[in-house]
Design a binder for this molecule. Structure first.
Ligand SMILES: Cc1cc2nc3c(=O)[nH]c(=O)nc-3n(C[C@H](O)[C@H](O)[C@H](O)COP(=O)(O)OP(=O)(O)OC[C@H]3O[C@@H](n4cnc5c(N)ncnc54)[C@H](O)[C@@H]3O)c2cc1C
Length: 430
């Protein structure tokens, strides 16, 4: 029963929206809370690689909202929000249903950008959602199992070449992960692992340039060389097009277009503004949008012209306090939104968000990570891998899910001390 007849709607149950909702559960908040997401599972994106390699179960990395929201008063609607009328305070869903709100939280994140590259998105594999992860896993398995049967060397080598576009953190983590995973899986099928090629392609001449993880660049470069098969770096190369059987690129100092024969191009370069935010932005004065078209929010995380709308994460920029598009920032902003919704209800002053980067963590191979802690310490290898898992498992939503994940991880870690091959997805090939 909604004791106050007020309604708070949250659009997007990712790091900002889901954690804002979960924090509200501990407060004596009277308005009803409705969380809307187009998917039925939360995606813990930093650990999507661990689901790809089967180091963690898919359900651990992508738990269902039904599980996460059980025993809470939060209503969940699985539907896609198509439009928000800010002046009428009305939401329209893909199903045609419409809802009025008193307070709104906008937290739809961002989408993959492709920079108008010919052949994208149809010929590439993005890596942002559970479906992306499953599609890529199935592509890898299909390429490896077809290659083992293929007697024609040229077409076999194309099947065994995996290109990753973009050497930001996702591209680097993907390249390092595949350079351990692919040879392990292929050897299990009886293939020659020397025929596998993992190529990391980047337009800039360095990896991780201008990124929050830049301090880990040297550690990452060493790790990329040191995998079961070393990663080939193709730096200073602009991708000109992606086709079913090849990727075409041009060196920054060259006129010539070159081709890399491959059936798998994983695209991680660039993010773009979410279409719903593009639509909403039309209702916001141009001077209240940043240069990419993202709405500015105040430091209390409210839209400048609509104080009843809070917004956080990758879909907005905090005015005079731009933050990197990271889960740890979205998560902290979600906590501030929960505090501010509660303060608004009680008539208390709203707090400024104090989200801070607490260091960065990268997966750089199987059981191998790097951690930059508070910009003071850098750790790499197995110990950093343990820190990475512990830090993320700590962040997993709800104690029940967190407990299950910890138990599962500890079990695999203890077995792994004796038998590293336990991370192989045995059921997939046997
Ligand atoms: C592979 C990968 C690895 C990453 N690793 C790290 C890392 O190690 N550390 C780190 O800090 N950050 C990492 N990030 C970045 C981090 O995941 C994002 O910054 C973070 O998820 C942003 O949170 P958000 O709440 O803004 O959006 P999201 O977490 O993306 O959530 C948005 C939600 O909105 C929903 N949604 C979208 N559109 C609609 C709609 N129209 N209607 C209803 N629902 C909708 C989506 O389904 C989703 O659940 C990684 C990102 C990727 C892709």
């Amino acid at each position: 029963m909604n004791q106050s007849n007020q309604t708070t709607m949250i659009i997007g149950a990712g790091f900002a929206g889901l954690f804002a909702a979960l924090h509200m559960r501990c407060k004596n908040y009277k308005p009803s809370i409705t969380l809307i997401d187009s998917q039925d599972r939360f995606v813990f994106k930093p650990m999507l690689f661990d689901a790809l390699t089967s180091e963690l179960a898919e359900n651990t990395v992508c738990p269902s909202y039904q599980e996460l929201l059980q025993n809470t008063k939060i209503n969940f609607i699985k539907d896609r929000v198509m439009d928000v009328d800010l002046s009428q305070k009305q939401i329209t869903l893909a199903s045609g249903d419409q809802y009025l709100y008193d307070q709104l939280v906008l937290s739809v994140g961002s989408i993959q950008g492709y920079m108008n590259t010919p052949g994208t998105p149809e010929n590439v594999f993005p890596f942002r959602t559970r479906e992306d992860m499953l599609r890529l896993k199935s592509q890898i398995q299909s390429c490896l199992s077809s290659a083992i049967e293929n007697k024609d060397e040229q077409s076999r080598l194309a099947m065994l070449t995996f290109a990753i576009v973009g050497a930001g953190p996702t591209g680097v983590e993907m390249a390092a992960t595949l350079a351990d995973l692919l040879p392990t899986w292929y050897a299990k099928l009886g293939g020659n692992i020397q025929e596998i090629k993992v190529v990391l392609i980047n337009r800039a001449q360095t990896i991780l340039s201008g990124d929050a993880n830049a301090a880990l660049k040297d550690v990452a470069l060493a790790a990329l060389k040191d995998r079961i098969i070393p990663v080939n770096l193709l730096l200073g190369a602009k991708v000109k097009g992606v086709y079913k059987d090849r990727l075409e690129y041009q060196g920054v100092d060259s006129e010539q277009i070159q081709a890399l024969k491959t059936q798998t191009v994983i695209w991680t370069a660039g993010i773009a503004v979410h279409p719903l935010i593009q639509l909403i932005s039309k209702q916001i004065p141009a001077e209240h949008l940043n240069k990419n078209g993202l709405p500015f929010v105040s430091q209390t995380l409210q839209l400048l012209d609509y104080p009843e709308v809070f917004a956080a994460g990758d879909c907005v920029e905090v005015q005079q306090q731009a933050q990197p598009a990271l889960a740890q920032i979205a998560y902290q902003q979600g906590t501030t939104i929960a505090q501010n919704l509660d303060a608004l209800e009680d008539g208390r002053a709203l707090a400024n968000c104090q989200a801070k980067l607490r260091g960065t963590l990268m997966k750089l191979g199987s059981g191998y990570s790097a951690a930059n802690i508070f910009d003071k310490f850098k750790i790499e290898g197995k110990s950093a891998d343990i820190i990475r898992h512990a830090a993320y498992i700590e962040m997993l939503p709800t104690p029940i899910h967190n407990f299950k994940a910890t138990k599962q991880w500890l079990k695999s870690e203890t077995i792994n001390l004796f038998d590293p091959s336990c991370f192989l997805p045995k059921e997939e090939y046997e």
